[in-house]
Structure formats: structure tokens, C-alpha cells
Design a binder for this molecule. Structure first.
Ligand SMILES: [Zn+2]
Length: 173
């Protein structure tokens, strides 16, 4: 039986913001974004547990990353162009400052960092990486560019004492 849907995603769903917010515009306070993230996470953790919550956040990030790529990046020729476009888009949207720390194009193994990350920069140290949504998001960007499935794992985070989020990305085998 098909699942009943109320909000299958489309960019139209986000609305005409200049029309709707002639005075307040497109910006909001980051606290409000994080409030929603952590409220959602809190409710989900209590209802479905930590692991399933992480899975949902990863999937949501992955979904968003695919849409983001199509909407803001699109066709690019090579890896450097892809990274340049992604850097501009992530910066313009206030998501973070993307850098490539290591790129092994032959093995398709990468280490990427995101500075001033939207999700976690400035958070208290928690001894575990928090940016599961970002993992999914970056996996989708890598996959959209390359056409191959990528496994992305956050290896350092503001929450583990680093001052950037660091992600390993490699081809899924
Ligand atoms: Zn992080």
C-alpha cells in the first residue's frame, strides 16, 4: 500500500520568501535552526532510539544534499570545478567553509573539512561527532558529482574538540 504523503519535497514548498517576508527577509538566527534540529533530535531519540535517529538524520542530509546539488551546483566538468562550486554554494548559504584536505582521485578517497559548520561550531564538547546530517549531505554531493556511491564519516567535530568538522569520503564497496 502506498504511504500517504502530505509534503513530498519540492523547492516550491519553501515558498516565495521575498513575498512572505518583505521586512524580515531570508535570514534567521542560527539559534532557531539549531533549536529545531535539537528539538527534532530529542523527540526522535525518545521515540525511536539513538541509532534510528542517526539514520533518519543521515537520510535527511542525503536527501537534502541531492536536492542542493541539483539546485545550486548542477553540471560540472571536473573535481576541482565541483569543489569550487560547492565551496561557493556552501559559503553563500551560510552552511560552512569547505576545504579539501586530501584528495586521492585515483582511489576516490578524500578528506574534507567544514569550518564554522552550521550544525555544530561552538557547541560544547560531547566526545562524539554530531554532524550525521552533514555526513549524508556530503555523501549526496560526492555521489551527485561522480555518479558513484560514497561512504562519508565524520572523523573530527567541534564536539570532539576540533575546530573544524572533518569528514572522510570514500567509494562504497
Ligand atoms: Zn561536526
Amino acid at each position: 500500500m502506498p504511504v500517504e504523503r502530505r509534503y513530498p519535497f519540492s523547492w516550491r514548498l519553501l515558498g516565495d520568501i521575498p513575498l512572505g517576508r518583505p521586512n524580515l527577509g531570508v535570514n534567521t538566527r542560527l539559534e532557531v535552526y539549531r533549536l529545531m534540529q535539537f528539538a527534532l533530535r530529542d523527540v526522535l531519540e525518545r521515540q525511536v532510539g539513538i541509532e534510528q535517529t542517526d539514520r533518519i538524520f543521515y537520510e535527511a542530509g542525503y536527501f537534502a544534499g541531492n536536492e542542493f546539488y541539483r539546485h545550486f551546483i548542477g553540471e560540472v566538468k571536473d573535481f576541482h570545478e565541483f569543489i569550487r562550486q560547492a565551496q561557493i554554494a556552501l559559503r553563500d548559504m551560510g552552511i560552512g567553509i569547505l576545504r579539501v584536505e586530501k584528495a586521492d582521485l585515483e582511489q576516490s578517497k578524500f578528506i574534507l573539512t567544514v569550518g564554522e559548520d552550521l550544525e555544530c561550531s561552538g557547541m560544547p564538547e560531547l566526545n562524539y561527532e554530531v554532524c550525521v546530517y552533514d555526513e549524508g549531505f556530503i555523501a549526496a554531493l560526492m555521489e551527485s558529482f561522480s555518479g558513484n556511491k560514497f561512504k562519508v564519516k565524520e572523523v573530527d567535530c567541534w564536539c570532539t574538540g576540533e575546530r573544524v568538522c572533518r569528514f572522510s569520503a570514500e567509494l562504497e564497496k
